[in-house]
Design a protein. Structure first.
Length: 213
């Protein structure tokens, strides 16, 4: 698997521009109000006709896939940037903070990550793309002595899921930042972690656990 629902053929310049206008409008409206924003409102905000929206994204699933793919592109870019940090631990912490900041206040993204019908499928695709770059960040931190050897990328995915729960429970509150650093301090403590490290399947199940898939 690679990107979910990517276009099979290159688009003409005007079609590509219209597609980007639709995506930008959908991203803004869904961040504010969630995934159920109507195509008519998206078309109006994008300054295009309804037919253009349906041509580019005949099904809402295709639109959500495209928006989520853009989000994953951003995450991969942030992780690669963090990999260039002179201090491996600071780079890893910065990546965690930035990835959660993207989620903060974005209602549509939160719905995708926690409970949307296609959450499990999207989470699986995201894991395939993000896991390798996060593995590099964790390997650098371990090599620098900033993390115990038994800490894995799955532990950071679990921390992200836990902190997302705080974000959901206290929207608009900075408590999630404190929760993040409490959790990260636990990973650095050197105390043995109980149970097996969470693997991709376990994290995917958490992400899509309420999706019914």
């Amino acid at each position: 698997m690679g990107r979910v629902g990517t276009q099979a053929e290159p688009l003409r310049r005007d079609a590509r521009r219209n597609r980007e206008l639709v995506l930008a409008a959908a991203r803004r409206l869904m961040a504010e109000r969630g995934l159920d924003v109507g195509y008519e409102e998206i078309a109006r905000a994008a300054g295009v006709g309804m037919g253009t929206v349906y041509r580019r994204f005949p099904e809402r699933t295709a639109l959500i896939d495209a928006l989520f793919n853009d989000h994953i592109d951003t995450l991969v870019g942030l992780a690669e940037q963090a990999g260039g940090c002179a201090d491996p631990w600071h780079g890893l912490v910065g990546f965690m903070e930035q990835s959660l900041q993207l989620q903060e206040g974005d209602r549509g993204l939160s719905e995708v990550l926690r409970g949307h019908l296609h959450a499990a499928r999207l989470s699986s695709s995201a894991t395939e793309r993000v896991a390798p770059v996060v593995q590099d960040l964790v390997d650098r931190a371990r090599a620098a002595g900033a993390l115990p050897d038994d800490v894995t990328p799955g532990d950071f995915a679990l921390v992200h899921r836990m902190v997302s729960g705080v974000m959901d429970s206290a929207p608009g509150s900075p408590l999630w930042r404190r929760a993040l650093h409490v959790a990260l301090a636990g990973l650095r403590s050197g105390s043995p972690l109980p149970g097996p490290a969470p693997d991709h399947a376990a994290i995917d199940a958490l992400q899509g656990g309420r999706s019914g898939e």
